[in-house]
Structure formats: structure tokens, C-alpha cells
Design a protein around this ligand. Sequence first.
Ligand SMILES: NC(=O)c1ccc[n+]([C@@H]2O[C@H](COP(=O)([O-])OP(=O)(O)OC[C@H]3O[C@@H](n4cnc5c(N)ncnc54)[C@H](OP(=O)(O)O)[C@@H]3O)[C@@H](O)[C@H]2O)c1
Length: 201
Amino acid sequence: MTSAVAKCSVFIATSLDGFISRTDGSIDWLDEANTRVPKGEDCGYEQFMSTVDALVMGRHTFELARSFGEWPYGHTPVFVLSSRVTSLPGDVPNTVRLSCEEPATLVAQLSAQNMKHLYIDGGVTIQRFLASALIDEVTITRIPILIGSGRPLFGPLSQDVRLEHISTHAFNFGFVQSKYRVIKAPNPLMQPTGHKRPAAD
Ligand SMILES: NC(=O)c1ccc[n+]([C@@H]2O[C@H](COP(=O)([O-])OP(=O)(O)OC[C@H]3O[C@@H](n4cnc5c(N)ncnc54)[C@H](OP(=O)(O)O)[C@@H]3O)[C@@H](O)[C@H]2O)c1
């Protein structure tokens, strides 16, 4: 029996100008903004995590997670994507695995292991999964700050990606969280980005 393809979700914070970190990978602006979040408020993170079977993250996001001191993902399996790293440091929990698979191959492998919901994290990684039409849901929490430059959440696409807005919640401390569903069906009127098919005579 073939297993259903796992749902892939993004749950991420960006600056108002669309960056997930500074160019050097630092998120000091996000840490600073989080100090103004009332105690006990996590913007839905724990609820989201409770539905996740595994995380798939890029090497840079893994390096950020390691810098937190305490490993932040508990017993949830984590798959770290890298084409360069061949082994993990000894102090990394045994729930963490390395992978250099293409997104579609990894999702197929994890789906076959009966994983139903994957949390995809890291800008480059999210962009690769989007390009492979594997992202189903995107939750973005916009932080009211402009940082001017950095690593973007989104990047170039070979064709448009259409989304359906599900909800938006404005927190009274200034964060605005929007949830979208990615519409997978191709739009026959659209050619690859920038080329709209002219209307027939
Ligand atoms: N604002 C937030 O909520 C948030 C959340 C997460 C992360 N961040 C920040 O964002 C930064 C990371 O974003 P990022 O865009 O630089 O990248 P990223 O996706 O975390 O990491 C990119 C790296 O992942 C590896 N990779 C991704 N897909 C791969 C594949 N299919 N096969 C092999 N390797 C693959 C490559 O590593 P190799 O070079 O080893 O091949 C690539 O250079 C972090 O530094 C962190 O500070 C912010």
C-alpha cells in the first residue's frame, strides 16, 4: 500500500521587509522583538509543533538552532539538509539526521515512514521546497521592523505560486500573523513568471 504524501508547512517570522535573518544569519532583531511578547504567548508555535511529525531544515538553520544552547526541538525528528556536511557533531541529539536528498525524494521517504506533517525551515530550504511544489501551508509572523538587507524568505521562481489566505491575526504587541494555503493546481492562463498568455482574439 502506498502512503499519502506528507503535508509540508512553513511557520516562520520575517521582518516587515521580508527577511528571516541578517546577511550573516543573525536574528538579534527577532530576539529583541520577542522580549516584548507577553509571558505565555507563543503565537501558536506549540500548537503548530504538536501537529508536526518531523522538521526538515537547511544547514544554516541547524547551525542557528545549535547556537541556542539547549536543543529546541525535544524528541521531534529533525532532518538537516546539506550537500557539504558529512557527519554531525557528537553532542547533537540522536533525533537528528543528515540528508542531501532532493526535496521530493526526502518527502517521499518520510511519507513512506508514515510521517504526515513536515515542518520545513530555513530560507533556501523553503525556496527549494516551494520550487518543487511541495509546500502546502505557510504561516508568516511579520515583525514590525525593517532591517534593510538580509536572507530573504522568498526568492526567484520559475513560475508563479498562488496562495489562498486562510487567516490573519494582529497581536496587540505588533506582530501580524498570516496563514496561507498554497494552491497546487496550475493556472492554465499563466506562463512562467512574467509571461502572461495573451487573450485569444
Ligand atoms: N526568522 C525565522 O523565523 C527564522 C527561521 C529559521 C531560520 N532563520 C534564519 O535564517 C537563516 C537560514 O536561512 P538560509 O536561507 O541561509 O538557509 P537554510 O535553508 O537554513 O540553509 C541553507 C543550506 O541548507 C542546505 N540545503 C538546503 N536544501 C538542500 C538540499 N535539498 N540538499 C542539500 N543541501 C540543502 C545547503 O547547505 P550546504 O551549503 O551545506 O549544502 C544550503 O546552503 C539562519 O541563519 C537563521 O538565522 C530564521
